[in-house]
Design a protein around this ligand. Structure first.
Ligand code: PLP
Length: 360
């Protein structure tokens, strides 16, 4: 007799595991991270808090919640922080979904939405998209009596597409109040701070709408693992009950507060990434590749053929040391996804693509 596990391992997605054949430095453009060093305030906070590692962080992250509320014009009483927004997606789902219940997502929605459902034994229903974009009418038509939750990311990963806040407003108006709606703004800063404000306004007007955000993307703090949610106050006790007591460690809290006080630098970095994204998109299109219009810090690119895309991914690793994300989800087999990095890295990628296309 052995204990009976409930979960089967998820198949590990193919990543290049072999050493770089030329010994080149590895440039990881596969995780949608930002390439910058800590801002001055973050570096200072790290130095300070590293002298006090005997202390827990505040379990309810009070200074961070206040700093978030001040920065984004929100109420600190509606905010909960977590170990990355990934933890909060789980916490939210565990509050509203039981085994056998349904979670609705958009056809090419973020992969973690499905994995979260899988952990709970919930069923996933996917609403068809139009041109790789969420279709609100299809989403509403997919909601059934067993639907407890909708997960929706704007901009979405891996497609990078987004829908206007007015479309999200239509969803919040038409959705039955018994269904919780999670609007994931992990890449919201790249879509614009006004867009984020509009989405938060939707949440504050509805008792079933939650917005999740993160310090992993625009704020460049993926390694510290800090995410947060703006949720109706009545939900927070349940969320704290499902969340680990010390989920957001003291170092992470200090870094996140410091990053908010360096918001001008963060905004400049976002602007640089967006300008690099548009430059690369233009050049890659000129080389004959298909690209989706991205509202985020990454691009999804297709050669038009899965084997050719596979060969390009291998070529970028072998020839340049660049790791990109090979999208293998159904319907995305022709594509790869990469995040924009420093201009030198982006040029290296462009050059690698050019050489591949010349040689094949
Ligand atoms: C759409 C989306 N939501 C949420 C996350 C989770 O980010 P984190 O747990 O680092 O906050 C990611 C990470 O890639 C993402 O792409």
């Amino acid at each position: 007799m052995r204990p009976q596990p409930y979960l089967v391992p998820k198949p590990v997605r193919g990543r290049i595991a072999r050493p770089q054949p030329q010994g080149l430095p590895i440039i990881n453009m596969g995780y949608n991270e930002l390439p910058y060093p800590p801002t001055p305030q973050v570096a200072g906070a790290l130095a300070q808090v590293s002298q006090r590692l005997g202390s827990y962080g505040a379990p309810t992250c009070d200074p961070l919640r206040v700093a978030l509320a001040d920065t984004w014009g929100l109420s600190a009483d509606r905010i909960i922080c977590g170990n990355g927004s990934e933890e909060l997606l789980d916490v939210i789902a565990r509050n509203f979904v039981r085994a056998g219940d349904e979670i609705v997502i958009s056809q090419n929605g973020y992969i973690q939405f499905e994995l979260t459902a899988h952990r709970l034994g919930a069923r996933v229903k996917k609403a068809p998209e139009r041109d790789f974009r969420t279709d609100i009418d299809a989403l509403l038509a997919t909601v059934g009596p067993d639907t407890r939750l909708i997960f929706l990311a704007n901009p979405n990963n891996p497609t990078g597409t987004m829908i206007p806040a007015a479309e999200l407003a239509r969803l919040t108006e038409a959705l039955p109040a018994r269904v919780a709606l999670v609007l994931d703004l992990a890449y919201g800063e790249f879509a614009g701070e006004d867009y984020c404000a509009d989405v938060h306004a939707l949440a504050s007007g509805h008792d079933n709408v939650i917005v999740t955000r993160t310090f992993s993307k625009a704020f460049g703090l993926a390694g510290t693992r800090v995410g947060w949610a703006d949720a109706p106050e009545w939900m927070l006790p349940g969320f704290y009950a499902a969340r680990g007591m010390g989920s957001v460690n003291a170092l992470a809290q200090a870094c996140a507060v410091a990053a908010l006080s360096d918001i001008a630098i963060i905004r400049d970095r976002v602007a640089e990434i967006l300008s690099e994204r548009d430059r690369l998109a233009q050049d890659l299109r000129a080389l004959g590749l298909n690209l989706l219009d991205s509202s985020s810090n990454f691009l999804m690119v297709s050669t038009g053929d899965p084997d050719r895309t596979e060969a390009l991914v291998e070529h970028l690793f072998d020839g340049c040391g660049i790791i990109v994300n090979r999208t293998r989800e159904a319907g995305l087999e022709d594509y790869m996804r990469f995040s924009l990095s420093l201009p030198d890295h982006n040029d290296l990628l462009l050059d690698g693509v050019r050489r591949f296309l010349d040689a094949t």
